[in-house]
Design a protein around this ligand. Structure first.
Ligand code: NAD
Length: 450
């Protein structure tokens, strides 16, 4: 196994020069990254097309555009985020003032997945830079072209002892995880997330884990069905369903099921027929996904091409919780449909399974919105939409339970890469005596004072 010790030692030494902490240095690095992303835009679009057959529209709207916006937001806000935050001080501490300093962890490790290979490597990096850290990024080996462009771009703009990309698969990742970092940020599957946390525990390194799970999409009988169909067709089949927060399955009220499915068919056909679809990442995932089609009834789609690694948007009906497709995250363009009549049964059905990363609810009833928000724990989500919460920098993005630990985007990215150092600044002008045990009647005085 290769050792990365000397690289990490060099990064640690560079970090100790304190340069990365200067606000001007951080802003300069973010601006350099922004210019480089613009310069490499065409290369990324080509690479994403080679790796996943992503269209230019998807490559820009779900990867490059999101990162440029995140950079713009971070650059405009960073000066206010880095300031020590003055907090209140209780009367018992009279004479002193209190502050929270955001302090970088030092050397950080970012491990990213293949489904949005540019965006999910770059977004945590923005957090690491803005908080004043050094970083090593290990992008996915399953999208080699994009990872290569990313590595080249980073090498061109940053010295290795500040930020660098190490390419490779699970073994490379494990070799990196042997080393001691100040922070590890991982995006990927639940089983690998556990491996990462186990490795981090050896050094007591804090982790942020952005994982996955089965995200329900509920359509209640009072929903605006036409709009729901359009927004679900988009959220599910963008990137061929290979989105961590894509609706994994539909839960439809029995009374509107047939009507809704007819509208969903129309929406899918209108959006995707005749357009090239992102492909499935590899044969292993293709075979896993196509095996799901043996279950339930195919309501729509169902065609696939192993050579092209393409699968049509597919909707499966007559599915139950006992079917294999309902055991794990689907992560592909297959949408199973469950139905319900009583909201309580739906709540029990979802609660009996691990906490979803996302939940989507289509209803016009505030009472039902509140009831579901109060009874189901999930990472984040939308009412009457899908996916859109992801792109609001004011909403922290992350999971809960098995769908993840910690959240990022916008200021939260700065926060997850910062240790919050609490400092009390005491006056030397006077000294309240009650805390000292030798003072006369100390106990009764301190009881009165506290
Ligand atoms: P993965 O867990 O297989 O791989 C992620 C990264 O970990 C890759 O860089 C890979 O090289 C590395 N890796 C793989 N095996 C490893 C091991 N044994 N030890 C150490 N490192 C290892 O995930 P993936 O297939 O690339 O991505 C799909 C998963 O990621 C899905 O479960 C999806 O839900 C999740 N995901 C989550 C988010 C989120 O933001 N929460 C975003 C995208 C994807």
């Amino acid at each position: 196994m290769e050792s990365y010790r000397s690289l990490i030692t060099n990064q640690r030494e560079f970090f100790r020069t304190n340069q990365t902490k200067e606000i001007a240095f951080r802003l300069n690095a973010l601006k350099k990254l922004r210019s480089a992303v613009k310069l490499y835009e065409k290369d990324f679009i080509t690479a994403l097309n080679d790796d996943l057959n992503k269209s230019e529209f998807e490559a820009y709207s779900t990867e490059i555009g999101i990162i440029l916006e995140e950079l713009r937001f971070t650059i405009s806000k960073l000066r206010s985020w880095v300031k020590p935050e003055r907090v209140k001080t209780p009367i018992t501490h009279i004479g002193s003032t209190s502050y929270v300093y955001s302090e970088p962890y030092g050397t950080t490790l970012i491990i990213s997945p293949w489904n949005y290979p540019f965006q999910l490597a770059a977004a945590p990096l923005i957090g690491a830079i803005s908080a004043g850290n050094c970083a090593i990024i290990k992008p996915s080996e399953l999208t080699p072209q994009t990872s290569q462009v990313f590595a080249k771009m980073i090498q061109e703009i940053f010295p290795e002892n500040y930020i660098t990309v190490i390419q490779g698969g699970a073994e490379t990742s494990q070799a990196l995880l042997q080393e001691e970092f100040g922070k590890i940020f991982f995006t990927g599957s639940v089983p690998v997330g556990k491996t990462v946390m186990e490795a981090a525990a050896q050094h007591l390194t804090p982790v942020t884990l952005e994982l996955g799970g089965k995200s329900p999409c509920i359509i209640h009988e009072d929903a605006n069905l036409k709009l729901a169909a359009k927004r679900i067709a988009w959220g599910k089949f963008t990137n061929a369903g290979q989105t961590c927060i894509a609706p994994d399955y539909l839960y439809i009220h029995k009374r509107v099921k047939d009507h809704f499915l007819a509208l969903l068919r129309e929406a899918i056909q209108e959006m995707y027929e005749g357009h090239s679809m992102t492909r499935i990442v590899n044969e292993k995932h293709f075979d896993r996904l196509t095996s799901f089609m043996e279950q339930g009834d195919i309501f729509l789609g169902g065609k696939s091409n192993r050579e092209m690694l393409s699968i049509e948007p597919t909707v499966l009906t007559s599915v139950t919780w006992d079917d294999r497709i309902m055991a794990d995250e689907i992560f592909g363009p297959i949408l199973p449909v469950l139905e319900y009549t009583a909201l309580d049964d739906l709540i029990v059905g979802i609660r009996n399974h691990p906490n979803p990363l996302a939940l989507y609810l289509f209803t016009s009833s505030t009472r039902i919105q509140n009831e579901l928000l109060e009874s189901i724990s999930f990472g984040g989500g939308c009412i009457n939409d899908t996916i859109y919460h992801f792109a609001n920098p004011h909403l922290p993005f992350g999971g809960v339970g098995t769908s993840g630990i910690g959240a990022y985007h916008g200021k939260s990215s700065f926060d997850v890469f910062s240790h919050k150092k609490s400092v009390l600044k005491q006056t030397t002008l006077f000294d309240i005596p009650f805390r000292y045990p030798h003072v006369k009647n100390a106990l009764s005085k301190i009881k009165l004072f506290l």
